[in-house]
Design a protein around this ligand. Structure first.
Ligand code: UDP
Ligand code: MG
Length: 323
């Protein structure tokens, strides 16, 4: 296992044919400079992960990996999502790399932060977060919802590095630690801080997408945010429990009230018992369901043990072994 400063840059791609030529050029330049400066091994690689693209993305990746010795590709059997693509890239690269950088294909994240991240790694940091120092290119809506999301996660006790997404560097041991997390519902930006080790940040300006459309429309974004909440916090279930408790308290008040009314002789017969049982049973049921739900929710996602991705083809390992 060679690990003398080999850098692998993992790039998830889903229908990115429009940006890929520019991505290869820009990130390729950065990598070549790093290699010729001797900062990283000359066996460093770019690893494109094709996440079930429907366009020409994969044939472009194949073409580039024939053309350039430092370009490699991995192909999923279907679309497994951005987070799984990152994970597959990392697990493929971890046996050969001293450091792994993950970056989106669309060049929104400033590629010039890559050498800075490498410098931090050479200074001994295990985790280097890329943090946006401005969100000018995001819409007001995206900025506001992102802020609300980070605030909510903070309140739920989940530690996130604000304004950092999936642009980061991990050392070999930090990657190995991350890969030990076996959860199915991946929310990498919540998991990385749990790994520990010495971490630092590199600031960059987030740009517009170079070409093509965002693969994260609103519904996917909401899904991703909900995933983040439910796989990191059981607060929603606690909320149901409190709801149940409040219902029980109200039912007790109702009980006393109907009892007094009954003693005063103000009620139609039968009303008291119906009122009490509806409220009391309703409350108890809500509490019970929430308690069971707490366990079911935890077991459900874990116990299925479905594979997180299926790799159809990969030429990274072959290229790494060849050297
Ligand atoms: N992506 C992916 N699989 C998906 C969706 C997106 O691999 O199912 C990749 C996409 O190609 C890009 C990155 O994830 O490299 C981030 O996606 P995008 O730029 O569309 O998200 P945004 O920046 O708009 O949040
Ligand atoms: Mg993007």
């Amino acid at each position: 296992m060679k690990q003398n400063n080999i850098l692998t840059i993992v790039i998830p791609c889903f229908n990115e044919e429009e940006v890929l030529p520019e991505t290869v050029k820009e990130i390729g330049n950065i990598l070549q400079n790093l290699m010729s400066d001797g900062k990283v091994s000359d066996n460093s690689k770019i690893l494109f992960v094709n996440d079930g693209s429907k366009d020409k993305t994969w044939s472009l990746i194949e073409k580039y990996s024939h053309q350039y010795s430092y370009v490699t590709g991995l192909k999923f059997s279907r679309n497994y999502g951005h987070q799984n693509a990152l994970l597959a890239g990392m697990s493929t690269a971890v046996d050969y790399s001293d450091m792994i950088i993950t970056i989106d294909a669309d060049l929104q994240d400033d590629v010039h932060a890559i050498p800075q991240m490498v410098d931090k790694r050479l200074d001994g940091y295990d985790v280097v977060y890329g943090v946006r120092n401005s969100r000018k290119t995001d819409t007001v809506f995206k900025r506001k919802t992102a802020l609300a999301f980070y605030n909510l996660m903070g309140k739920l006790g989940v530690k996130l590095v604000p304004d950092s997404a999936d642009y980061r560097l991990l050392s070999n041991r930090a990657t190995r630690a991350l890969l030990k997390f076996k959860e199915r519902n991946l929310f990498l930006r919540g998991m990385v801080p749990l790994v520990g080790y010495k971490s630092t940040k590199v600031y960059y300006a987030r740009k517009e997408r170079y070409a093509g459309k965002s693969k994260y429309p609103l519904n996917k974004m909401i899904h991703f945010a909900l995933d983040g909440i439910t796989s990191f916090s059981i607060a929603p279930i606690h909320l149901i429990m409190y709801l149940g408790l409040i219902t029980v308290i109200i039912s007790i008040i109702c009980m006393i009230y109907t009892f007094v009314e009954k003693v005063m002789g103000h009620v139609v017969s039968g009303w008291a018992s119906i009122m009490i049982s509806i409220w009391l049973l309703g409350g108890i049921q809500l509490i019970s369901i929430s308690v069971i739900g707490e366990y079911v929710g935890k077991i459900f996602s874990e116990v299925k043990h479905r594979p997180r991705f299926t790799i159809e083809f990969e030429n990274y390992t072959k290229k790494m072994r060849a050297k």
